[in-house]
Design a protein around this ligand. Structure first.
Ligand code: GLU
Length: 546
């Protein structure tokens, strides 16, 4: 069969150039010895999974720690999965967590285009070459033909796929091929596999270690009927010409590794190193399962931004998942920037990484408890601007006021720094009672309305903004005593039945009246921050509500 003629008939792309051209167009990168070139290669689905951040961080660390390059390639060969604006989402969500690319889609770079759909010419050039060498052929099988084969294989418990005797188009004669072409039958291009499933060899995976790989014998599709490559073919060509040195990707690709090894081989490309990382899992009742896009809101990167997790907390937590020795390092050097940690690929888990949101929350509390009032202000403001309600956005108009609120609520500068805040949303909701617009108390007292009313009114009459903390408390004691409440706690504890309550019960009434809550930071300070007029107005409002 005249294979050159066949190649011309099957691949009609006029842009195709001689293969040397591509080798020269994408030369080996001029990098220091040991520098790694890694990449993230997502499909533009618009959804960013926590797993994407996990793989991105690992790849980014490996490239940047070694003085190499980390790039973004968009795998847009599947038109159905494509979503408008998805690349922007990829950039913005990763950037938020401190992962930035050196080159790639929508960035500069000498190894592009970085969108696979724009690289058709290169795939065509190499498909053509394989046809010429007798290593690829056209397949005219229809969906029904393939379905029939599948059914037969299932019934007879045979391995599924297009191989051996099932690879019907492998043996088409020249006449049959041209007849089909003449009849306008659609076709795909398949690899003519040279492999033998009886042959096994040891392969070194940078994460999994030495694994046994069986040779590929599947005549996989390399170009679909519309001329678009499959993942397998595009992966081999792109990672060769983008000069990737390490392919670190999800372990769901491990089963395709034999195909990729064969493709690199027949294309005459040097195989990069591979690392297959495990998926992120969670405990669900009795079982451990993959973090699921459909079932788990925390699987989406958007979740962390909407809740307002601090980027440093998420990054720190991801590092604990990525490297088993990271936590030890963090304990030793809590103040060092995370990027100073020497990330190592062989300390990545070989089986699933277990996601535990409680641990993330703990890390978040620590991260937030290390922020100054000003840093906290900036952090919360950024969240509110993107995700807050209009009222919440207005909290940030008076920076001085808000910093006072934050200083109090977080115990900044005090003996005991509070660690209650996990994320921005929760913190902003927590401080809502400091703002009249969102102060919506339900006033739930533990005492009779008449008693509460008397205590609130007496205190309101006695209150002076100028009182310091102890004068304020003395006044509260007087007010409590007037209603028969105990101020001597020892006496109260000895005979509680002699009193309607004690001074802290009276303080609780004031607290509920002023803030709507039974538990808050120091009430005198809250009143100082609220100011005289607002404090009196709140007491008045509470009295009227009784
Ligand atoms: N587009 C593939 C995915 O999103 C990329 C896998 C790879 O990194 O090679 O799973």
């Amino acid at each position: 069969m005249d294979l050159n003629k066949l190649a011309d008939a099957l691949i009609t792309d006029k842009d195709v150039k001689p293969l040397d051209y591509y080798e020269q167009r994408y030369p080996l990168r001029n990098l220091e010895k040991g520098a790694q070139v890694t990449r993230l290669a997502p499909s533009p689905t618009g959804f960013m999974h926590l797993g994407n951040l996990y793989v991105a961080l690992a790849n980014e660390r490996i490239a940047h720690q070694s003085g190499g390059v980390f790039f973004l390639r968009i795998e847009d060969t599947d038109e159905k999965r494509k979503v408008e604006g998805a690349v922007e989402v990829i950039h913005s969500s990763l950037k938020y967590f401190g992962v930035e690319f050196d080159e790639g889609a929508d960035l500069c770079g000498e190894y592009g285009p970085y969108y696979q759909r724009q690289r058709a010419e290169i795939y065509h050039a190499y498909a053509k070459e394989l046809i010429k060498k007798g290593l690829a052929y056209p397949c005219f099988c229809t969906e029904e033909d393939l379905e029939k084969t599948r059914e037969y294989q299932t019934e007879n418990k045979l391995l599924p796929g297009y191989y051996g005797e099932f690879a019907k188009c492998r043996t088409l004669t020249e006449e049959e091929i041209y007849e089909n072409l003449k009849a306008g039958k659609p076709y795909v291009i398949r690899l003519k596999s040279q492999g033998d499933v009886e042959k096994k060899s040891t392969f070194h995976d940078e994460i999994k270690g030495d694994i046994t790989v069986t040779e590929n014998n599947q005549d996989v599709v390399i170009l679909k009927s519309d001329g678009i490559p499959t993942y397998h073919f595009a992966h081999a060509i792109d990672d060769h010409f983008m000069r990737t040195t390490l392919v670190l990707r999800g372990e769901e690709w491990l089963s395709s590794l034999p195909i990729h090894i064969e493709l690199f081989n027949v294309l005459g490309f040097r195989l990069p190193k591979y690392a297959h990382n495990c998926s992120i899992q969670k405990i669900d009742g009795e079982t451990r399962r993959k973090l699921s896009k459909r079932k788990d809101p925390e699987a989406s990167l958007t979740f962390y931004r909407e809740e307002g997790y601090h980027k440093q907390a998420v990054k720190t937590y991801m590092m604990t998942l990525l490297n088993s020795n990271f936590e030890e390092w963090l304990l030793k050097f809590p103040d060092k920037p995370i990027d100073e940690f020497k990330y190592s690929i062989n300390k990545m888990g070989k089986s699933g990484a277990l996601f535990d949101i409680l641990k993330l929350n703990d890390i978040s509390k620590t991260v937030l408890s290390n922020l100054s009032a000003e840093e906290m202000y900036d952090f919360l403001k950024e969240w509110a601007e993107n995700f807050g309600t209009d009222e919440q956005k207005r909290y940030f108009d008076d920076k001085d006021y808000l910093c006072k609120v934050l200083t109090l609520c977080m115990g900044i500068g005090g003996k005991k720094r509070r660690k209650d805040f996990i994320c921005a949303k929760q913190a902003v909701e927590f401080i809502s009672y400091f703002f009249d617009e969102t102060f919506a108390p339900s006033y739930e007292y533990r005492f009779d309305g008449a008693i509460v009313k008397k205590i609130l009114s007496d205190f309101k009459n006695a209150y002076s903004y100028a009182d310091d903390c102890s004068a304020w408390f003395e006044k509260l004691k007087v007010v409590a005593t007037e209603s028969g409440f105990a101020t001597d706690m020892k006496a109260y504890k000895a005979n509680p039945e002699n009193y309607p309550g004690n001074v802290s019960d009276a303080a609780e009434m004031l607290r509920i009246a002023t803030t709507g809550l039974a538990n808050t930071p120091d009430l005198w300070t809250i009143m100082q921050i609220l100011g005289e007029a607002r404090t009196l107005a709140r007491l008045e409002k509470a009295i009227l509500a009784l």
